[in-house]
Design a protein around this ligand. Structure first.
Ligand code: PRP
Length: 215
């Protein structure tokens, strides 16, 4: 078992809000604001070590107990479920999972719809539940390009501000679900480090709730 409690953070989209949450919780986050490309960061004055990862890897590290806790988007947890406890909705990172496409795609009524997505499971599940046959074309990024280039009819993707869709002449055709950042914990750590884990979970939940109250 590692020494300090270890928290895995998602780099990028959720990073700033998570650091802010930790700072408001009273932790010294200076090192997190300027990590200088370091991926393992010690929080001074608190028995906590932070590791920075891509979202899909956060859940994997927590699943294996290499990290005790993690902050990750609900989209990642739905697309690739892992045997971890989801203990809190942190509220930030709010966005929508949606079907989007060029305005003309709404009327094409195709029997077999071609859908580009970074979320193949969520996309297939959504359309199959409606009885729509789909060909899922898995993408790693820049998904909005697919219908513009004729690779797909529509996309299933996350929409935050809507700016990317707008800039590329695409519209939301259907909202699938709401997404936000979640706090996840390793099942074994939750028992063996109960005191430290609960202190950290309570602290983060409290700050998240206060932030939510302020809007
Ligand atoms: C995400 C998503 C959209 C965009 C939505 O991509 O896949 O492309 O952000 O955000 P918006 O509604 O605020 O414009 P990301 O920035 O993660 O990059 P990627 O395309 O490389 O995956």
């Amino acid at each position: 078992m590692h020494g300090k409690t270890r928290l895995a953070l998602t780099k990028g989209r959720l990073e700033k809000d998570t650091v802010q949450l930790l700072e408001k919780s009273g932790l010294n986050t200076d090192i997190l604001k300027n990590p200088k490309r370091k991926l393992i960061l010690d929080i001074p004055g608190y028995p906590l070590e932070i590791i920075l990862l891509k979202g899909s890897d956060v859940a994997t590290y927590v699943e294996h107990g290499v990290a005790d806790l993690g902050v990750v988007g609900k989209d990642i947890l739905l697309e690739n479920p892992k045997p971890v406890y989801e203990v809190a909705d942190l509220g930030f990172g709010a966005c929508r999972m949606a079907v989007a496409g060029p305005p003309a795609a709404a009327e094409n009524g195709k029997k077999l719809l071609r859908v580009a997505s970074k979320y193949p499971w969520i996309a297939r599940n959504h359309f199959e539940a409606k009885g729509q046959s789909v060909e899922i074309i898995e993408q790693q990024g820049s998904v909005e390009l697919a219908p513009l280039m004729g690779l797909s009819d529509v996309i299933v993707d996350i929409v935050e501000t809507g700016n990317t869709l707008k800039a590329n002449g695409l519209i939301i055709m259907e909202e699938i679900l709401k997404i936000s950042a979640r706090l996840i914990v390793n099942k074994v750590s939750y028992k063996t480090r109960r005191v430290e884990m609960n202190a950290l979970i309570d602290m983060m939940e409290k700050q998240a709730a206060e932030k939510g109250d302020l809007g």
